[in-house]
Design a protein around this ligand. Sequence first.
Ligand code: URA
Length: 242
Amino acid sequence: MRLDKFLGDQNIGTRKQIREYVKNGRCKVNGGVASKADIHINPETDVIAFDDIELTYSKFHYYMLNKPDGVVSSTKDGRTMTVIDILKDENVKDLSPCGRLDIDTEGLLLITDDGELIHRLLSPKKHVDKVYEVHIAKDLSERDISRLEEGIDIGDKRNDGSPDKTLPAKVLLMGEDEEGNPVIHLTIREGRFHQVKRMLEAVGNEVVFLKRLSMGSLVLDEELEPGEYRPLTQEEIDNLKK
Ligand code: URA
């Protein structure tokens, strides 16, 4: 692989910037200053460093975003800011969000150019757990909780016209928020359209605030304010791929 491709894949800069960095002696191969940007290196065996920081090669890029309210989860939208716009300084092509959150939903969104991982995590057969912090308009009764946990009719139909109930879910009561709204943690294993809002509607309640806390093994980093993101650690990537 060419050195400039390696450095580009690690988001060091554009091809042009990388040529400049190499010219200025900022890139080393096996401890020696690289002479040219187009030299061939072996990403498996050569030690590549930029500004004396060793780089580990990864073909794909993985970020955790704390999605803010008011931003859409699509890759392009003429008028409204998208989650991909937030990561534009990363200069990574083909980034996509792993699933969608509603425009007013906050919290964990995995954004990556690893299409295969996205496909696997979203596959309906995989039943990856998603945990949401849900602030609701009024308390849930014992019966509401049982209905949510057992699987509930939210209006979806099977091919034969019978109700396609949600899969069993888990409800944890978490107290109240500052406005006095009850807060629950709801774990679901599917990703149907507006699923959490429709589940709460089905028990005569209403979601007033929604935030995703985790998806499979990936847990939202509490240090991230809404609108902030960070690359995943190698451990987080490995756990997601398990
Ligand atoms: N369920 C919803 O209703 N909205 C989301 O954004 C995610 C899950």
